[in-house]
Design a protein around this ligand. Structure first.
Ligand SMILES: NC(=O)c1ccc[n+]([C@@H]2O[C@H](COP(=O)([O-])OP(=O)(O)OC[C@H]3O[C@@H](n4cnc5c(N)ncnc54)[C@H](OP(=O)(O)O)[C@@H]3O)[C@@H](O)[C@H]2O)c1
Length: 276
């Protein structure tokens, strides 16, 4: 086992994730793993960064596949004694003009962006080293969705006492209501992506609380919105470059060991956004 520090980025083969890997290769003192669900796409991305004189390593990761998550985690524990930095960037979004029925979009968005993110976070947390940093890429689509929910649903998500179980149940209620189109009547927003990212923002608070109970000091968990970034996801309409979008997620990955804040927060342009 090496005593080197290690940083991992999910969905590193393109877009903001690729730019986060680039930034960490320049700023992080240790090995940086670009992970991707497709080995070819991941290795091509590594080659591209090598062409810039950087030295990322590659590991396969489909974060929606529990076996894939466990394989990566075991590898990191065996070779590095745990994880120093974990940036969870990967997600999906349906395009506005996508003909997939809303019911299916809701099912897939919640399952991929929320449920699998929760499962991933819960799986990696015990492997975080002291002063470890978890940086999750969420979206202001989440807080915008919150503002479109009924006051009752808003109060539910804003509650400081909310549990993971309660939130997962509530988001399943959203999915169920979406099947017959009654989700807005039930107080939810009309954005499947937004509801999934709202879940991620609230989960960040819960994961930060769980991190505080670890027997290792100062493991911090935060999420952020990268801004409107020119990537496949935004059909290249975003106004920021991927490198600009990578700034806040990278900052959260690089919070110095001497700092114990921010923790459990949602940031945009390097600043905490008060959403609850
Ligand atoms: N672009 C924006 O304006 C914007 C705004 C707000 C928030 N965000 C958030 O920023 C993050 C990155 O978005 P982006 O714009 O860079 O999107 P992108 O260009 O579509 O890239 C998404 C990345 O996630 C990967 N991915 C998807 N599902 C995966 C899975 N199951 N396992 C592993 N990797 C998976 C993709 O891999 P494949 O290439 O294999 O599909 C790709 O590498 C997302 O969380 C997104 O919600 C983006």
């Amino acid at each position: 086992m090496t005593t080197k520090r290690v940083a991992v980025v999910t969905g590193g083969n393109k877009g903001i994730g690729f730019a986060i890997v680039r930034a960490l290769c320049k700023q992080f003192d240790g090995d940086v793993y670009l992970t991707a669900r497709d080995a070819g796409r991941g290795q091509n991305a590594v080659k591209e960064l090598e062409g810039e004189g950087l030295k990322p390593k590659f590991h396969l990761l489909d974060y929606t596949d529990r076996k894939s998550v466990d394989t990566l985690k075991e590898y990191l524990v065996q070779n590095y004694g745990g994880i120093d930095v974990f940036v969870h960037n990967a997600a999906i979004a349906f395009k506005v003009q996508d003909p997939t029925p809303f019911a299916k979009q809701a099912t897939m968005s919640i399952a991929t962006n929320y449920t699998c993110t929760v499962e991933l976070g819960n799986a990696i947390l015990p492997a975080m080293k002291a002063n470890g940093r978890i940086s999750i890429v969420a979206s202001q689509g989440g807080t915008m969705s919150l503002s479109k929910c009924s006051s009752e649903v808003q109060a539910f998500f804003k509650s400081p006492d909310i549990t993971e179980e309660q939130m997962s149940k509530k988001l399943q209620e959203f999915v169920k209501a979406a099947q017959d189109g009654s989700h807005q009547k039930e107080g939810f927003s009309n954005s499947a992506y937004g509801m999934s990212k709202l879940g991620v923002i609230v989960y960040t608070r819960l994961l930060a609380k769980a991190a505080a109970k670890l027997d290792r000091a100062n493991v911090l968990v935060n999420c952020c919105c990268p801004g409107y970034v020119s990537t496949d996801m935004s059909s290249y309409k975003g106004t920021l470059t991927p490198d600009q979008g990578a700034i806040t997620p990278t900052m959260l990955a690089m919070i110095p060991p001497s700092d114990s804040a921010p923790n459990g927060e949602f940031l945009y342009q390097k600043k905490i956004l008060k959403w609850c």
